[in-house]
Design a protein around this ligand. Structure first.
Ligand code: GN1
Ligand code: MG
Length: 363
């Protein structure tokens, strides 16, 4: 069992020998394993999906740069520089990656104690997640953004995502899937103007380009189960220049939703405004309030934008024959897309309320 993984682990310099490997079921892209050594130390082994991340070396250069910056900043600001940052092991080729005979890319980092929650059971958790993601962005505010590689080109460029969607429709080789998702396609077409919100503002210099995390799902922040405080922001694969709307919006899309992102019963799906407010307060506190008027005015739009984008990506993947996201059932991507549509419809109704909450949190 797990021979490939064991072989990969053997290429990293460690302080003990592995005695146990178990899969950690999380994420839709990479494969993740917990590795226990004979001295009791734990590590996380990840097989980086090179179909999604075309240049894993460039990706790890970003991650290394960001981690070392975070470590210095945490040490200087009285934060937890030991547990608050990911620590990667070096492989026997001197880099942070090991490439096996099949061309698979592996990396290994010290396991960090903390819970990765899939949903909110207590509002405090969501406040802490907001604070952690806000603080993450604030710690990276002086990071030299021009040195970051674009690990996925046009990742949150919604205008370009829309073109990809159109290409998926036009080039669809699965006519039954296209027929089945006619209504969903029409929905995304009707909301196309949304795609310009951040892209145009960034282009026109109306909104600042920041170093953002870009995948701010609740499960990407480890939380101390005793204090309910954020310990460490993980999954740094998509840290790239972007808009604060992306980080705020994606966190709301995932964490303030009343259901999981793949809930088949769309009648259960809504945005919970109390959770929306809780996250907003934590996020603004973590950021130290350092946002421009334009950003504050459009934060709530960010939630709609990221829900739209994610739904569009799920649907495009369904039409492309499920080549990107990991799926566990035949219609998984269609179900996910439908769930995002239901959430977006509810957000559209509640947008004035969401904007009012943001004004109040700012005051
Ligand atoms: C992917 O693998 P995971 O769960 O960290 C995806 C995100 C999506 C998310 C939807 C690199 O993230 O953009 O929002 O699935 N990551 C990438 O669940 O595409
Ligand atoms: Mg991820």
């Amino acid at each position: 069992m797990y021979e490939k993984e064991l072989e990969a682990v053997s290429h990293f310099s460690l302080d003990g020998a592995p005695v146990k490997i178990e899969p950690i079921i999380c994420g839709n892209i990479n494969s993740t394993f917990k590795v226990t050594l004979d001295n009791g130390h734990n590590y996380v082994l990840q097989n980086v999906n090179a179909n999604v991340f075309k240049k894993p070396e460039e990706l790890m250069a970003n991650v290394a740069g960001v981690c070392s910056h975070l470590k210095k900043k945490l040490a200087a600001t009285g934060g937890d520089a030991e547990h608050g940052v990911m620590n990667f092991a070096t492989s026997d080729n001197g880099s942070l990656l090991y490439i096996n005979d099949e061309g698979k890319y592996y990396r290994l980092y010290l396991f960090i104690e903390g819970v990765s929650y899939q949903s909110i059971s207590r509002p405090e958790l969501f406040y802490s997640a907001g604070e952690a993601f806000g603080n993450f962005q604030s710690l990276l505010a002086d990071y030299p953004a021009q040195t970051l590689n674009e690990t996925i080109v046009n990742f949150h460029n919604t205008v370009s995502r829309y073109k990809d969607f159109q290409a998926a429709v036009m080039g669809c080789k699965l006519p039954e899937r296209l027929e089945e998702s006619k209504e969903e396609c029409l929905f995304f077409e009707s909301r196309e103007p949304l795609t310009h919100i951040a892209v145009d503002a960034l282009k026109a210099g109306k909104m600042p380009l920041r170093v953002t995390h870009n995948d701010t799902k609740l499960n990407n922040v480890l939380i101390d189960p005793v204090t309910d405080k954020g310990v460490c922001v993980i999954d740094l694969d998509t840290v790239m220049p972007g808009s604060v709307l992306y980080d705020f919006g994606d966190a709301i899309r995932f964490g303030a939703c009343t259901t999981a992102e793949d809930e088949p019963d769309t009648s259960k799906i809504a945005v919970d405004l109390d959770l929306f407010e809780t996250f907003t307060r934590g996020f603004i506190a973590g950021l130290g309030g350092a946002l421009t008027d334009e950003e504050y005015d459009h934060l709530a739009d960010g939630a709609l934008l990221m829900t739209y984008e994610c739904g569009l990506r799920f649907l495009s993947d369904y039409l492309n024959g499920d080549t990107y996201f990991r799926i566990t059932s035949e219609k998984h991507n269609l179900i996910r897309a439908r769930a995002q549509i239901a959430l977006l419809r509810d957000m559209e109704k509640k947008l004035p309320e969401m904007k009012r909450i943001i004004r109040e949190c700012r005051a």
